[in-house]
Write a protein that binds this ligand. Structure first.
Ligand SMILES: Cc1cc2nc3c(=O)[nH]c(=O)nc-3n(C[C@H](O)[C@H](O)[C@H](O)COP(=O)(O)O)c2cc1C
Length: 365
């Protein structure tokens, strides 16, 4: 067994002990407990900023934006208490109405890294210009998206991303970087296609930006494969949901353990993007066109087909219901790996399995 030197991930000035990023998962699936546990286990722990308001005692159901800001600060403080020397990231989704405030508050509260997707984070350097130490990591699903971001950032702000997360819609959980459900399954957007192509693209430009592979990463074999393709790290979501420390309810975790292959479906989210989720009663009602129309309470998305056209369902309600463990009304995002999960483990057990599988010594912080 050796140190994990050949598996080093550097993101700006931050070098986690192990090249494993726990992906941001809203609403309150990756809150401060999970992110803190992962950071203290040697990975990058990511808090999802979306919907943190649900944990506020002052949350009324409609004051989402205001309470999100209060709870972002508190979540970072709590995660830092768990992992004082760990690397912590905040996941901020471009599609959210309070994106700018979420980014500002996270930086102001001392977050190490902002990881940003669900749209192209074209103005992220502008929003973070007063925090030069905060590393910036866009999530992309294609070389084209990475190229667009790099051109815009270089031209307007004279800087480049500190890393890219390449997330394949073929297997990942949550909102997916594809136009629609059929493009989400297009092999042209697989990790095997996009990661080596982005590695070549960056090499030809003569820039050194680490790539983090995401979507369907299950074990150390998958991590090695990602490195063989030229990635410098992996981001994993679904496996971290099935941990004791994940902030989701026990019912959420049980839904993961129960899920079979036919239960994993693609939906069109109110954000207009495809998403991968468990076939819960809410999703069945959505497929059967049996959903009741609901009025918008929080205007959480900049573009929402539920608000604008009364299509689909209220995503804030659906994700908050999932957080509360309401199986009937919840939207339970998941990656295709969900069907492989057999039990709930501790974050340290999972990290140890992954790290020792790489042939490295495991020692948490
Ligand atoms: C329950 C759940 C919620 C998610 N929420 C978010 C989110 O709020 N923002 C985001 O950028 N990605 C989100 N994702 C994607 C993850 O961060 C991660 O990139 C992805 O799940 C990786 O694929 P895997 O689940 O196959 O490991 C979510 C994924 C899951 C499973």
């Amino acid at each position: 067994m050796k140190e994990c030197k050949e598996y080093t991930l550097r993101i700006g000035k931050h070098t986690p002990k192990y090249p494993i990023v726990q992906g941001g998962m809203g609403v309150m699936v990756s809150g401060p407990n999970l992110a803190g546990a992962v950071a203290s286990a040697g990975g990058v722990g990511t808090i999802a900023s979306v919907g943190l308001a649900v944990t506020s005692p002052d949350f009324t159901g409609t004051n989402v934006a205001k309470e999100n800001i209060v709870m972002i600060k508190k979540a970072i403080e709590k995660a830092r208490q768990i992992a004082s020397d760990g690397v912590l990231a905040m996941n901020c989704m471009c599609a959210l109405s309070d994106y700018d405030d979420m980014v500002h508050t996270s930086c102001d509260s001392g977050i190490d890294i902002i990881i940003s997707g669900a749209g192209l984070p074209l103005k992220l350097p502008e929003l973070t210009k007063d925090y030069p130490g905060t590393a910036l990591v866009p999530i992309v699903s294609s070389v084209k998206a990475a190229d667009l971001i790099m051109r815009k950032w270089e031209k307007s702000y004279g800087r480049l991303p500190d890393a890219f997360v390449v997330e394949t819609p073929n297997t990942a959980g949550g909102h997916l970087g594809a136009r629609n459900e059929s493009q989400a399954m297009d092999k042209a957007l697989s990790l095997k296609a996009v990661v080596p192509a982005l590695v070549d693209f960056l090499k030809n430009l003569g820039v050194n930006i680490p790539i983090i592979s995401a979507g369907g990463i299950w074990d150390s074999k998958d991590i090695k494969e990602a490195f063989d393709m030229g990635a410098s790290g992996v981001q994993m979501g679904t496996r971290f949901v099935a941990t004791e420390e994940a902030d989701a309810s026990d019912r959420f975790k049980q839904a993961y353990l129960d899920a079979k292959e036919d239960d994993v479906v693609l939906i069109k989210s109110p954000a207009g993007l495809p998403g991968r989720a468990i076939l819960s009663p809410l999703v069945k009602r959505y497929f059967d066109d049996m959903l009741e129309k609901t009025a918008c309470k929080a205007a959480c998305l900049t573009h929402c087909i539920c608000r604008a056209k009364h299509e689909t369902f209220c995503i804030a309600d659906a994700l908050m219901s999932a957080y509360k463990g309401d199986w009937e009304n919840g939207l339970f995002f998941c990656g295709t790996n969900v069907t492989k999960l057999k039990k709930i483990v501790k974050v340290r057990e999972l990290m140890e399995e992954l790290v020792t599988g790489l042939g490295c010594v495991y020692s948490p912080l």
